[in-house]
Write a protein that binds this ligand. Structure first.
Ligand code: ADP
Ligand code: ZN
Length: 725
């Protein structure tokens, strides 16, 4: 008798190819989750063996099956993670392959473990010493790295380094990419928690110990010690020999966090973010997959890594909208983290001083568990918050700092304390126009104004990155020196401060100036050493930082975020200002916050001034409820784009014409998207609004699946959108 046919279903990592069936050759022992190489036409492609029942019946004739070519040597993708991939593909209307690519993180899984060769100086001088060689030798005293890294460090070409290796001035050093990560020690430097912290920590540690799925919303005011508190849950997971993932919203935040982690646990954790070198990537991927790296701190993409033995996920600053991925697979890392805990059976902690309305709602209906730390740690008090009515207490013409705020800045300078001015606008001015003809500088690729960045002498588009030098004359009317900057960005506020308070030492802190972990660390060091009096920053500096000598926060334009009025405008403004205010008075000296506004009676401003968070959340919740907006109803945006405007419009019309009817579901559009052009593509949009009971994704899948589009048209669905542009 013939042995039974061993047929396997494989999800290829290649986009636009559904799962395919293959034959497992004799002697190859593979089960769902195994990573394999399979043939497709003449090509050899990577894929993962998937559970047969996920995609319905197969139809391929057994005789036509081709053999799996090889089994990749790496731990199989576990069942819990496979179910998460199914869920993400299903919920966010995307393909398994797209999600799996995040799990296998480019080629990290396929490059088998091994060694790489780095080089270092031998001390020998080459016989022929050109000026370049001499410079390289000088610059690389004590250095070690790949040829390309050494060349970059010394500022010479790769060939110079290769020549020096040949001449014996450098020698090879073999490095194992499997160098293990040092073990974090759960009891290295445990703090004494206060009562509220201890209660919250106990709830989390027992869930870790039980290994049960619970979602905690760790809701503590700024400076209450949320980090110290969830570190106790991390310690417990370490004692249980489980792995821990800490998700942070901004890569700029990791450096101070790593330092803090090391102080508590004795070693730095492994990290994961998008601009890692491939050897680092491979080392971390392997160590996560084989379970040897216990703690990983990372950006949202770390969420899909194949943890061997996960026991806890912390989402820090969980209200941050940067956890929502806006291209590729459009997912929300906070929500996916919760699903991962559910599929793999461990607790998930969402930590924030200003939880998302959605998270608070889940606590209210009993799905998540709320843990509160109501006051700041130690002697620190919450800052006093006051509104400055700009219609009464007005800055001078072409100035943005009101007299009251200026006076408060002066007082801090006199006392040697630090201040933060918050304005969520990068650059010098958001709009440049010609005084003579009114011409406005617009991006050639996008529906957006070019933003002046005076420090680097450029006009830049914040959507596509297009840059141009500021022209001497207006391209429209040809007049020279007629361009004027309209409105302020952080650079302009910095100019104003330098003019009004020339003795103040200022620093501009935005993603333009703090673009790498190193730059961020440098910034922290400068502020901590008191080499800075006034920080002028965007939302980037409103999170996480702990500067005890900072006692004043000024919000330059509180009304900015309330304009435009998308669904979450009020909530986001509230969160941003509360977080900015949360930087004041974290040490022993009390903090003071001024919010500049033209609408001091706006509910958001009034709640901030009154310190009445619940009043704001309650009113906002009521409003969402009556509008059927999240978390009470759901949205999905369908974005159609093409380089050809007519083609985009036609595709959008075809989608609109085929719109299904369902009870409790409304479809708006198609219409040009508010951002009608982006990176040279014309954009049309439809918005689906549905009650929670509607099976929105299934309806959309069937609807769009029935329409054919030209290849040059892109149709993307954004489920639970955060951006309405
Ligand atoms: P949050 O994350 O809630 O804003 P942090 O965790 O940054 O607050 O804590 C604020 C400051 O108080 C930090 O310097 C932290 O080290 C300190 N702190 C908080 N809890 C404790 C504790 N139990 N023992 C010692 N220091 C603490
Ligand atoms: Zn642009």
């Amino acid at each position: 008798m013939n042995p039974p046919l061993k047929r396997v279903r494989v999800v290829l990592l290649t986009q636009a190819i559904g799962p395919l069936d293959y034959r497992l050759p004799d002697g190859m022992n593979a089960k769902p989750g195994c990573v394999v190489m399979v043939p497709l036409g003449p090509r050899k492609l990577p894929g993962v063996i998937w559970d047969e029942d996920i995609f319905g019946d197969d139809t391929v004739d057994a005789k036509k099956l081709r053999n799996v070519l090889e089994l990749v040597e790496c731990p199989p993708i576990g069942m819990g993670l496979r179910r998460l991939v199914d869920w993400v593909a299903d919920y966010y209307l995307t393909q398994h392959s797209a999600v799996l690519r995040m799990v296998l993180a480019s080629s990290a899984a396929f490059t088998t473990s091994g060694t790489i060769t780095e080089y270092r100086r031998t001390g020998l001088e080459p016989a022929r010493l050109t000026p370049q060689r001499a410079a390289a030798l000088d610059a690389l005293e004590g250095a070690q790295g790949l040829v390309r890294e050494l060349a970059a460090e010394a500022g010479v070409s790769d060939n110079i380094i290769r020549g020096l290796i040949k001449a014996g001035a450098f020698e090879p050093v073999t490095i194992s990419v499997d160098t293990p990560f040092p073990e974090a020690l759960p009891d290295f430097a445990a703090p004494q928690l206060n009562a509220a912290q201890q209660t919250a920590a106990d709830a989390m540690t027992s869930a870790v110990r039980e290994g049960s799925f619970t979602t905690f919303v760790l809701d503590g005011v700024t400076g209450s010690g949320k980090t110290e508190t969830y570190f106790e849950a991390v310690a417990e997971a370490l004692r249980q020999e489980k792995q821990i993932l800490v998700l942070l919203p901004e890569i700029a935040l990791t450096q101070p966090f790593l330092k803090r982690f090391e102080e508590r646990f004795g070693v730095e954790p492994a990290t994961w973010h998008s601009n890692m070198r491939s050897t680092q990537r491979r080392r971390v991927w392997r160590a996560i997959a084989d379970g040897s790296a216990k703690v990983l701190v990372g950006a949202r993409s770390a969420l899909f890594l194949p943890f061997a033995n996960p026991g806890l996920i912390i989402v820090d600053e969980a209200h941050e909208t940067s956890f929502k991925q806006e291209d590729g697979v459009r997912y929300h890392a906070r929500d996916v983290a919760v699903m991962r805990g559910r599929f793999e059976g461990f607790p998930v902690v969402l930590a924030s001083a200003t939880p998302a309305l959605e998270s608070r709602h889940m606590v209210a209906i009993g799905r998540y568990k709320g843990l509160e730390i109501p006051s700041r740690f130690g002697a620190a008090k919450m800052p006093e918050i006051k509104a400055i009515d700009l219609t009464v207490d007005a800055p001078e013409r072409q100035h943005w700092i009101a007299p009251t705020l200026l006076k408060a800045l002066e007082e801090r300078l006199d006392r040697g304390e630090q201040s933060l001015l918050f304005l969520n606008r990068r650059g010098y001015a958001p709009l440049t126009l010609c005084r003579t003809c009114g011409h406005r500088f617009q991006c050639p690729n996008c529906t957006s104004w070019m933003v002046e960045h005076r420090l680097v002498r450029r006009l830049a588009c914040h959507h596509c990155g297009h840059v141009m030098p500021p022209p001497e004359e207006c391209p429209e009317c040809g007049e020279a020196d007629t361009l004027v900057a309209c409105g302020p960005g952080v650079e302009r506020i910095s100019d104003e401060v330098n003019r009004l308070l020339p003795e103040a030492r200022t620093i501009v802190a935005t993603s333009d100036t703090l673009w790498s972990p190193e730059k961020a660390a440098e910034f922290v060091a400068r502020v901590e050493s008191k080499a800075v009096d006034i920080i002028i920053g965007t939302q980037l500096v409103t999170k996480g930082y702990h500067f005890p000598e900072l006692t004043l926060v000024g919000v330059i334009d509180a009304d900015l975020g309330l304009e435009g009025g998308d669904l979450r405008a009020a909530e986001r403004t509230f969160q941003q200002i509360a977080q900015a205010a949360g930087r004041a008075g974290r040490g022993e000296k009390p903090g003071e916050v001024f919010i500049q506004t033209r609408n001091p009676n706006h509910p958001v401003i009034a709640a901030l001034v009154a310190g009445d968070r619940d009043a704001f959340y309650d009113a906002e919740t009521e409003q969402r409820k009556s509008a059927g907006a999240p978390p009470f109803g759901r949205f999905a945006a369908i974005i159609i784009s093409s380089e050809d405007e007519r083609e985009a419009i036609e595709a959008a019309r075809a989608i609109g014409a085929a719109a299904p009817q369902a009870d409790g579901m409304y479809i708006y559009g198609p219409a040009p998207a508010p951002l009608a052009m982006l990176r040279g593509r014309y954009r049309q949009r439809l918005l689906v609004h549905a009650q929670r009971s509607v099976e929105m994704q299934a309806i959309i899948r069937e609807w769009l699946g029935g329409i054919q589009f030209p290849r040059s048209v892109r149709v993307g669905v954004d489920v639970d959108p955060y951006s309405f542009l």
